[in-house]
Design a binder for this molecule. Structure first.
Ligand code: ME8
Length: 512
């Protein structure tokens, strides 16, 4: 770890009741981009993702598939690791809640909560949704019109009565409210903070944290009739990956800098999780960021509607970096978003093929043809040249500010503004006309443009690592280190290869 500051960020661990879809890819993509940015910015990063493998939902899915639960988990969990490879995710660890190290961590945490008097035994009688793996109070439910009840999420609920251990969540109301008020960016965006705050201000009931009616879970220490409630099990994964309990939290990566989640699981992360940690006297994560929800061409994404977007297909059809770019550029991070093929095509063609791709292709082709196939020697730089170079370098600070707020769309907007400026510069300087009138000035303009491209490759690395590398390669592999962004990093005289387009235009047929 040396002297580098640490940065720890996590995704939800995904249920293995179903194969990965676009929503899972989205959360991990956003986290990947942030992890890559922080590594490039000098941090020692721990980026964690994984799978949530216990609970009734998974047990039922395994039974429906006619497979033993562990075998079922092994198969589906593998699909999530395949997704990470397909999407070029740079996670440092992949945690599975069926691993022995996780069982050790969660049983240890349970022991601490019990020793400190925060757990008691009673019995639970109330509503439970297996689909949401969540308890609901009567007042939250609606009739389903067929004599049953539905959770606010639309999931069916069932009446459960069984012996249970409880966590004294009700004792944490004031401490949680003080946390939200004292550290307002603990939950982002702000609308989500308000949602959590009013839920907690409305009063908290103690939380049932064990079940006896099924077996697929971590046994409660000292009472193997009970398995732990899947959420206390799942949330503890964030500690497991840091080496807990062997590595004391103060020595490693804990506390997390960001828990990246979707808005559906906000209550678990922003209420239960900090309460468990407070009860165990462990440091709290610095932020929970709950992003919005994707729909598909205006419709809720669901298996029963048959409109699930498969991220593997998407990447095969449109290209990896095109998908990575679109998902983070199209929708302000935090808001809900609607996926449409038309939007993906027009976004990728306008921003990638035209703005960045064409600038690279035109300027590098000119260098290849007119400058002896090598980076040209610039003459004295004019004020216009200096301004365009300074703008490209200064974008990094602005991008950093946006990344620290998880405003990925703003970071990309900042980069595309300077790409727009570089296009305007190239058009105004008319290097093709200078070829006859002032070849030395043409060399300078082409050098400056190539140097801008190097800076753009530097900036887009976290978002589109492969394309950044490809652009770097056509520029003869100059430094793409953040620390070199303001330098003149292109070396005159270095041969370049005949350029091929970095971002080919997507045709409508691609979407068929
Ligand atoms: O909740 N749009 O797992 P899960 C955007 N195991 N994001 C979406 C989405 C959509 N339509 N659908 C899913 C669980 N997601 C628990 C988590 S963590 C300790 C345990 C993403 O498989 C989003 O990140 O149901 C959401 O929070 C997550 O998938 C839910 O994944």
């Amino acid at each position: 770890m040396a002297d580098q500051p640490t940065y720890y960020l996590t995704t939800p661990i995904y249920y293995v009741n179903d194969v990965p879809h676009i929503g899972h890819a989205y959360t991990t993509l956003a986290s990947d981009v942030l992890a890559r940015f922080k590594r490039l910015d000098g941090y020692d990063v721990l980026f964690l993702t994984g799978t949530d493998e216990h609970g009734q939902k998974v047990e039922k899915s395994a039974a429906a598939a006619g497979v033993d639960p562990q075998q079922f988990c092994d198969q589906v969990s593998e699909r999530f690791r395949d997704l990470a490879a397909k999407m070029n995710f740079s996670n440092d660890q992949f945690v599975r809640t069926t691993e022995a190290r996780h069982k050790t961590a969660v049983q240890h945490l349970w022991g601490i909560l019990e020793d400190k008097g925060w757990i008691y035994q009673a019995s639970y009688a109330g509503w439970y949704s297996v689909r949401d793996e969540a308890y609901y109070s009567e007042s939250e439910l609606q009739d389903d019109g067929q004599g049953g009840k539905l959770a606010p999420t639309g999931a069916p609920v069932e009446w459960v009565e069984e012996p249970s251990y409880f966590f004294k969540l009700s004792a944490f109301q004031d401490k949680l409210l003080a946390l939200y008020d004292g550290q307002p960016d603990f939950v982002m965006p702000k609308s989500r903070l308000n949602e959590v705050r009013s839920f907690v201000a409305g009063g908290l009931e103690d939380l049932s944290i064990s079940r006896t009616s099924f077996r697929w879970g971590v046994p409660v220490p000292g009472n193997h009739d009970h398995v732990m409630y899947v959420w206390i099990d799942a949330l503890t994964n964030y500690l497991t990956a840091t080496g807990y309990p062997d590595t004391p939290p103060s020595d490693g990566y804990w506390p997390a800098d960001v828990h990246m989640i979707g808005k559906d699981i906000l209550r678990f992360h922003a209420v239960y999780w900090p309460a468990f940690l407070m009860a165990a006297d462990l440091p709290l994560p610095k932020r929970v960021f709950a992003h919005g929800w994707w729909t598909n061409e205006g419709q809720k994404i669901s298996k029963s509607l048959g409109n699930v977007i498969d991220p593997f297909d998407l990447v095969d059809t449109y290209g990896l970096d095109q998908v990575r770019y679109f998902l983070l550029r199209e929708v302000p991070f935090g808001n809900d978003g609607d996926f449409s093929k038309a939007a993906l095509l027009s976004r990728c063609n306008a921003d990638l093929a035209n703005d960045l791709g064409n600038l690279a292709q035109r300027s590098l082709s000119m260098i290849f043809k007119n400058c002896g196939g090598a980076v040209p020697e610039p003459g004295e730089l004019t004020a216009d040249d200096e301004a365009i170079l300074a703008g490209a370098a200064a974008a990094l600070d602005a991008v950093r500010g946006h990344m620290d707020q998880q405003a990925f769309h703003r970071a990309l907007d900042t980069i595309w503004r300077v790409i727009g400026d570089a296009n305007a510069y190239f058009a105004a300087q008319e290097p093709w006309a200078l070829k006859k009138t002032d070849p030395e000035r043409m060399n300078t303009v082409l050098f400056v443009t190539a140097e801008c491209l190097r800076r753009f490759a530097t900036l887009i690395q976290p978002f589109m690592p492969q394309s950044a590398e490809a652009l770097g390669a056509v520029l003869a592999n100059p430094s793409l280190a953040f620390s070199d962004i303001a330098e003149l990093g292109m070396t005159p005289g270095t041969p370049i290869d005949k350029p091929t387009p970095i971002f080919p235009r997507l045709e409508v047929e691609d979407a068929a």
